[in-house]
Write a protein that binds this ligand. Sequence first.
Ligand code: NDP
Length: 269
Amino acid sequence: MEKSRVLVVGGTGYLGRRMVKASLAQGHETCVLMRPEIGLDIDKLQMLLSFKAQGARLLEASLDNHRGLVAAVKQVDVVVSAMSGVHFRSHNLLLQLKLVEAIKEAGNVKRFLPSEFGMNPARMGHALEPGRVSFDEKMEIRKAIEEANIPHTYISANCFAAYFVPNLCQMRTLLPPKEEVHVYGDGNVKAIFMDEDDVAAYTIRCIDDPRALNKTIYLRPEENILSQNELIAKWEKLSGKVLEKIPIPSEEFLASIKGTDLANQVGIG
Ligand code: NDP
């Protein structure tokens, strides 16, 4: 089977750069959107040039220029969007409505994968305010995709490992705790931790798979499903050091979010 040509939108982002790498590694002709708005951002430009050196094609277009975006989309079969959606970095999920418009008009795209890559937003009706904004916006994008009859795949990637594993799920840090560790509730709730490179590799695997057409794909390898207690135990074994456990009951956890900045409230929520 001929491999689809892929356009990665948000290609210099945390997840997007991994999508570019995975797409190239799996032998797809890979294009990356190069936005004129990057201006003097030398880091982004150099990353784009490194993609080019690895065989990617840079397609220059702005999300604000409908015609240019349609022309870019027309050159590929599959569009993968890794648009920002984390408040403490940047959060622009709804900009994808412009991408949906372009894909609809271009009419040639065989598969669109919008920026999801977390909990399945369709199953997050119970999520807290203000944190639910990302799920609500992801649902708004889904609605636009489905109304436009665009073939799609939604990837549910659960918890990115680098955000949740080295810190043993501690909030507001990415580093391992040294003496004590906050344990949420009884610490026995299971979560699914995904290596970000795996998220990208599995995502690219789905793009030409007919079984993934118009479906939600859950990434949940058996050995990545752990409770916080199990995660802590693994680290204690590795580091040879026992941490003091400080239980945080749910009411205390929720109360601790109040009054903090919005990005923190959204992230923790
Ligand atoms: P980033 O913050 O790294 O941003 C990704 C890209 O979004 C940027 O590189 C940029 O693309 C594009 N972008 C940002 N602002 C604008 C703008 N104003 N106009 C046009 N493009 C813009 O995103 P992440 O990689 O952190 O997040 C990607 C997805 O992954 C999101 O859906 C997020 O919710 C999800 N996620 C899931 C996590 C989990 O634990 N499951 C954790 C973190 C993220 P360009 O390259 O063109 O400059």
